[in-house]
Write a protein that binds this ligand. Sequence first.
Ligand SMILES: NC(=O)C1=CN([C@@H]2O[C@H](COP(=O)(O)OP(=O)(O)OC[C@H]3O[C@@H](n4cnc5c(N)ncnc54)[C@H](OP(=O)(O)O)[C@@H]3O)[C@@H](O)[C@H]2O)C=CC1
Ligand SMILES: CC[C@](O)(C(C)=O)C(=O)O
Length: 349
Amino acid sequence: MAAKIYTNKDASLTPLKKKTLAVIGFGSQGHAHALNLKDSGLKVVIGLYPKSKSREVAKKLGFQVMDTAEAVKAADVIFVAVPDTKIAGVYNKDIAANLTKGKTLLFSHGFAVHFKTIEAPKDVNVIMVAPKGPGHTVRSQFVDGKGVPGLIAVHNDADGKAKDIALAWARGVGCTRAGVFETNFREETVTDLFGEQTVLCGGASALVKAGFEVLVEAGYQPEMAYFECLHELKLIVDLMNESGIAGMRFSISETAEWGDVSVGPKIIDAGVKKRMAKQLKEIESGKFAKEWIAEATTGGYKKFNAIRKAEAAHQIEKTGEKLRSTMSWIKQKKLKKGAAQASYISSSK
Ligand SMILES: NC(=O)C1=CN([C@@H]2O[C@H](COP(=O)(O)OP(=O)(O)OC[C@H]3O[C@@H](n4cnc5c(N)ncnc54)[C@H](OP(=O)(O)O)[C@@H]3O)[C@@H](O)[C@H]2O)C=CC1
Ligand SMILES: CC[C@](O)(C(C)=O)C(=O)O
């Protein structure tokens, strides 16, 4: 039997009405869920650590901001919207002691629960609502009357209401406008990590940079390389997003389509698939998670920060900044991780 896709008609906000919802963290996902739930008429408070720069941003948007432990105490549903490798620290310090019977712990990615960096008590619901899109898009789509599709999962159903609460949250943040699919924490965690590493973020950016470098190293202008390998990628992916690979091929020239089907598989060949399958095993075995947790904790982000610095200095970024400056409809963002990310948002309705 085909899996059910839940839409607005299958999801009621009632399980969350007259409840207090705490969003812990006000970054990419946190700010989007908080604003969308508030605009859906629900009561939301924000939990943050004392020195967070996001406290002011959240206050200006009309939220009551509390210390994390206080927000957990006050809430019926607690969305842990902090970085995956920090969840255990926040959980042990501020959440565990205040997580009394009947509360619901909610995640938008299964990393901490699946890899057991935390273990919640049995008398608490543990659920997931994972929008399949970046937080800033979860917000901008909602404001436009749309929504990004999402996944729900129930890890622990303490009171028999866990799935209804997950569906209500998915409705409140706009996911049921697009369609919601039920999964489990393992499947979401593994497929999400696989997608972002090999195709969406890791695969796509490595492919774009490789194409850019080949053209520039062969003497072509960086502006040409940027248009061909990065700018137009979005336009092509938009067509795939609207109507599949077939829809994209419908719009491109016959010459491009022949190049696509005859040359593409020689570039992304069996070797790439083999390495993708190997990476899938490393995700499944927990090897990736173990190494990433070590880098983010005992490693102090040393390797990660060095790579971030080198990547930001790549010629493609300077070329892009110059070319995007004439396209006023592309927002010019000053990107700084960890500095009140929520301030890039479109505001509350
Ligand atoms: N980014 C995305 O679009 C997606 C993220 N997810 C998941 O959502 C979760 C959150 O990720 P993301 O939104 O990217 O995170 P961000 O890095 O964007 O934001 C994290 C937030 O947590 C806050 N924070 C850090 N430490 C603490 C603490 N001790 N107590 C309270 N708040 C704290 C940060 O504070 P400050 O503002 O001061 O930095 C920030 O507001 C993760 O589980 C992630 O996997 C899932 C799908 C997509
Ligand atoms: C593709 C990256 C993502 O998995 C996402 C936006 O869904 C993430 O974790 O940020």
